[in-house]
Design a binder for this molecule. Structure first.
Ligand code: CYT
Length: 307
């Protein structure tokens, strides 16, 4: 099996070594900031922002709420050098999965050992309301099972392995640290939940029936990102944590409404209560990101301090 490139990182490492002080060139922690969560990097000390446009192999994030910047800086009172992606790439923008995952592989090459991924997601679980931060413990990726796996194709390098196990993809240590961080921050118990992320390609939001399908399959939240990055991170041997901010409800109790029942009730002179079907918008997603961004930021900072 052949390699993709001779060294797909050499040019970027030489670009970065010209832009960054040496201490920032080898970050230990990588952070991916999801929709409306780019403020996560606002508190970085000694921040150096590198636009994706000056790097090779990076796309441009076209989604509102996503910048296209790699931010380097220190967290935890200047102790931990981190690199944060402000804006990620999604397959629905037309980016090939190799582009979606390339920044993760670059982070690994720079020396990142732990990857913290955030995203905005819809809730499939009626007991997980809007505003909750879900510590992801597993995923269901229909695209991975049906021909859209990010590792399809030649091995990234001959040193990569062909069959990557994903049973331990979501680091137990980091999940524990997330709940410890929440305790230290005195967050109410209901601020955090644990759950399974269902990955869909988007860009359409799920239909109500698709939401029920993913719920029945064991999903707690649904989103259009993250899994390709997690898979690449596992391929690179990184320790991964994923925090999903719930921005909207997808599955609601009694979500299925029979119009026949409604009409029959009307004909027999009754009126029946009709729960409204939620209709999600990207504005709603960004709004929740703005409201809960501070909480997500505090949690990430605590988590990084514990690493
Ligand atoms: N919401 C979201 N689906 C949703 O309903 N943020 C992503 C995907």
């Amino acid at each position: 099996e052949h390699q993709l490139h001779d060294d797909p990182f050499a040019s970027n490492i030489s670009i970065l070594s010209r832009l960054l002080p040496p201490a920032l060139l080898t970050p230990r922690v990588g952070i991916v900031c999801g929709s409306g969560l780019s403020t996560l990097a606002a508190g970085l000390h000694g921040i150096v922002e590198v636009p994706y446009s000056v790097l090779d192999g990076f796309g441009y994030s076209t989604v509102p709420g996503h910048k296209s910047i790699l931010a380097f800086g220190f967290m935890s009172e200047g102790r931990v050098p981190v690199v944060a992606m402000l804006g990620r790439f999604h397959p629905y923008e037309g980016h090939p999965l190799t582009t979606v995952t390339y920044p993760i592989r670059l982070m690994a090459r720079l020396g990142v050992k732990s990857l913290l991924i955030t995203n905005a997601a819809g809730s499939l679980n009626p007991s997980i309301p809007v505003g909750t931060i879900v510590v992801i413990q597993d995923h269901i990726a229909l695209p991975n099972l049906t021909g859209m796996n990010p590792l399809l194709g030649p091995l990234f390098t001959p040193n990569h392995t062909r069959f990557v196990p994903l049973s331990g993809a979501y680091s137990r240590r980091l999940r524990r640290e997330a709940f410890r961080a929440a305790h230290t921050l005195k967050l109410p118990r209901e601020a955090l939940a644990e759950g399974t992320y269902a990955w869909v390609s988007g860009p359409t939001y799920e239909t109500p029936a698709e939401g029920r399908f993913l719920r029945a399959a064991g999903g707690d939240v649904v989103g259009m990102s993250t899994v390709p990055e997690v898979v690449a991170a596992c391929d690179e041997g990184l320790e991964v944590a994923v925090l999903s901010l719930v921005t909207n409800m997808v599955v609601v109790p009694d979500g299925y409404q029979s119009v026949r029942d409604e009409v029959e009730a009307e004909i027999s002179g009754q009126t029946i209560e009709r729960p409204s079907t939620p209709k999600v918008s990207h504005e709603e997603v960004l709004e929740t990101g703005k409201k809960r961004g501070e909480l997500m930021k505090n949690l990430i900072e605590k988590l990084v301090s514990s690493l």
